[in-house]
Design a protein around this ligand. Structure first.
Ligand code: DOR
Ligand code: ZN
Length: 346
């Protein structure tokens, strides 16, 4: 049996939701990860320090006693966000980062930003104090093809922000294209990107295998195979600009299997096994630790975790549980279309 020991990982992008879903999904993340950046796109969104502190308490109440886990909170940037409140929230430790959703880009993003120039004073302040900006990088213009929206966001918005504020710490989240990968590689030192397990595992064909597959629907959409390959190369390369953000995004099955299904893939349960398998398939297991446990901590100026986890490769493929139950309701657990032999031993 093959075995690897690695520094306990962090997940730099999770959706915990609230109430019953929160209680069910939090342990799926805290079982393995030491820290996570928690997205603020609740309904209504987390807009200020007070709401972030209250939300953090609800998350902490859902962490099993056996798990040692720190949620890092974010606020949802709007054109009305107060610069001074945000500065205080960062300086007193209530809020770790700010999330920029272009209005209408994804789940619960209606209160997001329409006009980037309106938020420049807030971003300037963030650059000065070192507060990270997390970006959902897609334009929302219905005239732009949905597969091109990440590329166009980079051209129309991200490039402007990076040039105006090279000192601003930016994470281009859940990148999906060669365009984004190249832009981040060549960009200034404060620009990095997170990558999800599902964008590494699947290409857009997975949306239409013998019929429409709502459980593979996420935003940004899965892209073509050449883009997926570029993402895999970036992830396994060990390049410090790329790290894990699972974007684990639970939705009840009934809301995914619908005439207007929600975007989001719930991948928390097996994400580390899937990533180990992906890295193994690329003969790059020696860089797994960089991607899941080290690179993100450098970008966010944090210390790497002290604890270790052990992963083992078994002869038999892992059997995936299909659902996470919330009372009588359920959430589909992400499973890739290749066998996974790795699991976590401790
Ligand atoms: O697929 C996604 N789901 N992408 C996002 O950007 C949001 C997320 C969610 O909140 O469900
Ligand atoms: Zn997300």
């Amino acid at each position: 049996m093959e075995k690897i020991e690695i520094i306990r990982p962090d997940d730099w992008h999770v959706h915990f939701r609230d109430n019953g879903i929160l209680k069910a999904v939090v342990p799926e993340t805290t079982r393995h990860f030491a820290r996570s950046i928690v997205m603020p796109n609740l309904l209504p969104p987390i807009l200020n320090a007070k709401q972030a502190i209250e939300y953090k308490k609800r998350i902490e109440n859902a962490i099993p006693q056996s798990d040692n886990f720190e949620p890092l909170m974010t606020v949802y940037l709007t054109e009305k966000t107060s610069k001074n409140d945000l500065k205080d929230a960062y300086n007193n430790g209530a809020v770790f980062a700010v999330k920029l959703y272009p209005a209408g880009a994804t789940t619960n993003s209606d209160s997001g930003v329409k006009n980037i120039t309106k938020i420049m004073p807030v971003l300037e302040m963030m650059a000065k104090i070192g507060m990270p900006l997390l970006i959902h990088g897609e334009v929302t213009d219905p005239n732009i093809d949905i597969f091109d929206r990440e590329k166009v966001f980079i051209e129309q918005n991200l490039d402007f922000i990076c040039k105006q504020l090279p000192e601003l710490k930016i994470t281009l989240e859940h990148i999906t294209t060669t365009d984004a990968t190249e832009y981040v590689k060549e960009g200034n030192k404060n620009l990095a990107a997170s990558i999800t397990p599902h964008h590494l595992a699947l290409n857009r064909n997975a949306l239409f295998v013998g019929g429409i597959r709502p459980h593979n629907y996420c935003l940004p959409l899965l892209k073509g195979e050449s883009h997926r390959k570029t993402l895999v190369d970036a992830a396994v390369s060990g390049n410090p600009k790329f790290f894990l953000g699972t974007d684990t995004a639970p939705h009840l099955t009934k809301n995914k299997e619908s005439s207007c299904g929600c975007a989001g893939i719930f991948n928390a349960t097996y994400c580390l096994s899937i990533l180990a398998q992906l890295f193994d398939n690329e003969n790059s297991l020696s860089n797994l630790e960089k991607f899941i446990s080290i690179n993100g901590t450098y970008h966010y100026n944090l210390k790497v975790n002290n604890e270790k986890i052990t992963m083992v490769k078994k002869a038999e493929a892992l059997l995936f549980r299909k659902y996470l139950y919330i009372g009588k309701q359920r959430i589909e657990i992400f499973k890739p279309d290749f066998p996974v032999f790795w699991s976590i031993a401790n």
